[in-house]
Write a protein that binds this ligand. Structure first.
Ligand SMILES: NC(=O)c1ccc[n+]([C@@H]2O[C@H](COP(=O)([O-])OP(=O)(O)OC[C@H]3O[C@@H](n4cnc5c(N)ncnc54)[C@H](OP(=O)(O)O)[C@@H]3O)[C@@H](O)[C@H]2O)c1
Length: 334
């Protein structure tokens, strides 16, 4: 039986959860795909550990990390068929994910991204190199994790011409908006509540100023429509501009605001926007409350599709990474 070796760059909440899932499912994956999946190496920012015969959960403890076995030293040393990139998402530089990704492609690995930075800043270079090397780039965890976006359009709707996509892609911003409408509170009060519940980060700007939704929109545009977008130039609405009077007005009119990624090919020029849109009770997005995500796709030939759900936490994200790996196995690319 052949072996599939998996390396992980960035071993935080997601990296560890992926390793746990893969190790727990080793037998069932072996049974299903007739392959033995091993974690052959992981690294953090200061060090890492590699073992071509596979690492156990105990061996993945950070106390076993070799100092300095990170970055390009790690990629050079690790033997792997797949690199899972789960380091920080830096949407200004795309680093360190871009360097990890390019070096891994040079070593003939497929890439599975959880981080968004490299995809936002350098998707074209990554995909060109991957195509040249006949390797795949999978990115479910970087584009709404548990809720299918890329593979929903790329696989389930292959054969259809896409007219429009609207998607709620950021759980935190949707939760804050829902709370504002339900309790009639202003942005700051709703944010404070979400932070106390541990849902919003101490620095919430990435989520509430639309950067997270914009990152996912840029990746979807590049992947699905071969359209490179500059995230800095993308039109973006922000939750921070919403005041209490607006909230009361929406309540009186029976409208729900949603921060959406919008792709529209029915306008004279294709448009890609992150915008606050109001929905009434007849719209599917009206009832998408809390941290729930959703995608609505209108097609020329197949009609409209609406998909909602998906938990937002490291386990759900790790499961999305495992889905990408399983797709590589199903497609006999490993
Ligand atoms: N958490 C989620 O639910 C979720 C959902 C979707 C996507 N994502 C994305 O997935 C990625 C990982 O998220 P996370 O929650 O696991 O974050 P995390 O817990 O902060 O883990 C990130 C890890 O990256 C490591 N790192 C930093 N610089 C590095 C470098 N130069 N080389 C190698 N490793 C480096 C850090 O290692 P040290 O500990 O050594 O500093 C840290 O352990 C992020 O890009 C995030 O945006 C997360």
């Amino acid at each position: 039986m052949s072996v599939v070796r998996i390396a992980v760059s960035g071993f935080g909440a997601i990296g560890l959860q992926v390793a746990k899932l893969l190790l727990a499912r080793q037998d069932s994956l072996k049974h299903r795909y007739e392959k033995t999946l091993l974690i052959s190496g992981v690294c953090g920012s200061k060090g890492g550990v590699v073992e071509p015969e596979g690492l156990s959960l105990e061996q993945l403890d950070k106390k076993n990390f070799v100092a300095g076995l990170t970055g390009m030293s790690f990629i050079q040393k690790v033997e792997a068929d797949i690199l899972i990139e789960a380091g920080p998402s830096n949407i200004q530089t795309g680093q360190p994910g871009f360097d990890y990704g390019m070096a891994a492609l040079d070593k003939n690995m497929h890439l599975v991204f959880a981080s968004k930075g490299a995809l936002v800043c350098h998707y074209a270079s990554l995909i060109q190199t991957a195509n040249n090397n006949q390797k795949q780039i999978k990115l479910s965890a970087a584009t709404a994790s548990a809720m299918p976006t890329i593979d929903f359009v790329e696989r389930c709707l292959a054969g259809a011409t896409i007219k429009k996509i609207e998607a709620i892609l950021t759980g935190t911003s949707n939760l804050i908006l829902t709370d504002m409408l339900q309790s009639g509170s202003d942005y700051k009060t709703a944010l404070h509540k979400a932070q106390q519940l541990g849902i919003a980060d101490p620095d919430p700007s990435f989520d509430v100023e639309g950067w997270d939704t914009a990152s996912k929109l840029v990746i979807m545009a590049a992947r699905l429509f071969n359209t490179p977008l500059d995230i800095q130039l993308l039109a973006k609405d922000s939750l921070t501009d919403i005041n209490k009077e607006q909230v009361m007005g929406w309540q009186q009119q029976g409208l729900q605001p949603r921060l959406i990624a919008s792709i529209d090919f029915t306008t004279p020029q294709p448009s890609y926007l992150v915008k606050l849109k109001l929905y009434d009770k007849h719209d599917a997005f009206y009832a998408v409350n809390g941290a729930t995500k959703a995608i609505w796709v209108d097609t020329e030939e197949m009609g409209c599709f609406y998909l909602t759900g998906g938990t937002s936490n490291p386990l759900a994200t790790a499961a999305a990474v495992v889905k990408d790996i399983e797709q590589l196995l199903m497609d006999k690319l490993l």
